[in-house]
Ligand binder design. Structure first.
Ligand code: SF4
Ligand code: MG
Length: 372
């Protein structure tokens, strides 16, 4: 049976001294078990906000979050606790997400205890720890259990973070730029590990990235985000080989050779510094941390404020352009693009685009209405 998250989310409405920022606006997406869905966008497009809304690290101001048809948006209660276990997250910075004063054993034991999977005897706990490390290919476990994060490489730390997420036996993994801070030579290994977990555990993975070439390599489905909205989506091969939306076409034209990632080289440009990269470790666990959430909100607002409206730059999310938000940069913009936001048109069996160029084609089915 398919897993489904539906969300028509408006993130981060904020009033008072700070401007209102809708980091994410009317986004609906559906994640399926055993499938990687990529959300690709520039820094400041709102893509990390989607992951944080889905993880309920802060509340959405509207919309639904459905997990197997049950709405988990209300805080508290059994449905919410089950949601927090079933939906786990890993972050861009594997160093920032592990507490430097604690060993791997501490991090994993704590996660196993929180999720009631630590067993009832020391031997059972040891076995659970060994299994977790084995699952992320850190073997023999004895070599890794009693070391501190600084004794591990970046890739090993990200594997520990993944193991910690797996301690919950989740059904959904939200991966926010999980390889962009890692050395190019080890990115492929982490993506391949995530792919193995997807297949072995039938995980639904949301892969947030600024790198469309890696989405093509790793994701089954790819969605493209611009200025807080999804503008194109569908089968990854189709979207990356025959992009329909002018913004996706621009992204692909400016991307490094999409085949390089498959050779294990990957794009060599450093990702833009992400305002939300350094969320504290507490957020990766079950609980949430009001301070960190407030910090993240402030970072998103600062990021939005820092954006200019210069040509060639993504627009401010404080005052997004009317109509199609891409129209100030679009080489094919028409008159109506300035005032009317385009709906999702089906451009192929496995592809849709929110662009008036495809007017006349059937509307794409709302993913929220799709049968499981
Ligand atoms: Fe360009 Fe208009 Fe399509 Fe927007 S709707 S991408 S402005 S052609
Ligand atoms: Mg980000």
């Amino acid at each position: 049976k398919h897993f489904r998250v539906r969300s028509g989310l408006r993130g981060l409405a904020r009033r008072g001294p700070r401007p209102v920022v809708h980091a994410v606006d009317d986004v609906t997406l559906r994640l399926r078990r055993g499938t990687v869905t990529a959300v690709v966008g520039e820094s400041g497009s709102g893509k990390s906000t989607i992951a944080r809304l889905l993880a309920q690290l802060y509340p959405a101001t509207g919309g639904d979050l459905l997990l197997d048809g049950k709405n988990a948006r209300a805080k508290g209660g059994r449905a919410f606790r089950a949601y927090c276990r079933d939906v786990q997250m890993i972050f861009q910075d594997p160093f920032g997400s592990l507490n430097p004063v604690h060993t791997v054993r501490y991090h994993l034991t704590r996660a196993l205890r929180i999720h009631g999977r630590a067993g009832s005897t020391p031997a059972e706990l040891e076995q659970a720890l060994t299994d977790l490390l084995g699952r992320v290919h850190l073997t023999p476990a004895a070599r890794y259990l009693d070391v501190f994060p600084h004794e591990l490489s970046g890739g090993q730390r990200q594997r520990v973070a993944i193991a910690r997420a797996m301690a919950a036996q989740p059904r959904v993994l939200l991966a926010d730029e999980p390889v962009s801070m890692l050395d190019v030579s080890i990115r492929l290994g982490i993506l391949n590990l995530l792919r193995d977990l997807k297949e072995g555990m039938r995980l639904a993975i949301l892969y947030i990235t600024h790198d469309i070439a890696s989405a093509r390599y790793f994701a089954d489905e790819t969605m493209v985000m611009y200025a807080g909205r999804l503008v194109e989506g569908g089968n990854s091969e189709t979207v990356t080989q025959r992009p329909a939306h002018p913004y996706t076409q621009l992204l692909i034209a400016s991307a490094p050779d999409p085949d390089r990632i498959a050779e294990g080289v990957g794009p060599t440009d450093a990702p833009p510094a992400d305002a939300d990269a350094a969320l504290p470790a507490a957020l990766a666990g079950a609980g949430d941390d009001a301070h960190a959430v407030a910090e993240h909100e402030a970072a998103v607002v600062a990021e939005a404020e820092a954006e200019s409206d210069a040509p060639g730059e993504p627009p401010s999310l404080i005052t997004p352009p009317a109509g199609c938000r891409f129209h100030p940069r679009c080489p094919k913009a028409m008159e109506r693009c300035r005032s009317e936001a385009p709906p999702r048109f089906a451009v192929a069996d496995d592809q849709w685009a929110a662009c008036w160029l495809y007017e006349g084609r059937p509307l794409a089915p709302d993913p929220a209405d799709a049968a499981d």
